[in-house]
Design a protein around this ligand. Structure first.
Ligand code: 5GP
Ligand code: ZN
Length: 138
C-alpha cells in the first residue's frame, strides 16, 4: 500500500528523486536531504507504514538486517568513529515524515551532533512493576 500524499512513498517509487545508496524490491536506502552529519542515510520500506506501531515484525526485521550492512558501508566510506541509529515515532517523538524510516547518523569526535537526553531517576520497585506491566502486552 502507498499513500498518495506521502513523500517517502514517492521516493520509494522513484517519483521524487533521491541520492540512492541501495534498493531492492522491498527497501530503499538514500541520503538524508538535511543531514545531521556527513553520511546521514535513511532506510525505508517501500510499502507505507506510519511508524513502529504499524510495521509488521518480518518487514522490520529485514529492514534492520539491511541496516547492519548499510551501517558498515557508511562506516567504511566516511571513516566515522561511531553511529547513532535513530527511529522516531509520532510528532511528539520528533517524527516529521509519517512513513517508517531508520536514520543512520555517522558520528565523529567533536562533531557537536546531539542525540541525547537528560538521565532521569526512578526506583528499583517501580522498574520491576513497570517491566511486569509491559510484559503483559507482549
Ligand atoms: P524524522 O524527523 O521524521 O525522523 O526524519 C525525517 C527525515 O527526512 C529528516 O532528517 C529530513 O531531513 C528527511 N527528509 C525530509 N524530506 C526529505 C526528502 O524529500 N528527501 C530526503 N532525501 N530526505 C528528506
Ligand atoms: Zn509512505
Amino acid at each position: 500500500m502507498t499513500k498518495d500524499d506521502c513523500i517517502f512513498c514517492k521516493i520509494g517509487k522513484g517519483d521524487i528523486p533521491s541520492a540512492t545508496v541501495y534498493e531492492n524490491s522491498d527497501f530503499k536506502v538514500f541520503m538524508d536531504l538535511s543531514p545531521a552529519n556527513k553520511g546521514h542515510v535513511l532506510i525505508i520500506p517501500k510499502e507505507h507504514y506510519d511508524n513502529i506501531f504499524q510495521i509488521d515484525a518480518e518487514t522490520a526485521g529485514k529492514l534492520f538486517s539491511l541496516a547492519t550492512a548499510v551501517a558498515r558501508a557508511v562506516k567504511a566510506e566516511t571513516k566515522c568513529e561511531g553511529m547513532n541509529v535513530v527511529q522516531n515515532n509520532g510528532a511528539v517523538a520528533g517524527q516529521t515524515v509519517n512513513h517508517f524510516h531508520l536514520h543512520l547518523i555517522p558520528r565523529f569526535e567533536g562533531d557537536g551532533v546531539s542525540v541525547t537526553w537528560k538521565q532521569g531517576e526512578t526506583e528499583p520497585d517501580e522498574l520491576q512493576a513497570l517491566a511486569k506491566a509491559i510484559r503483559k502486552h507482549i
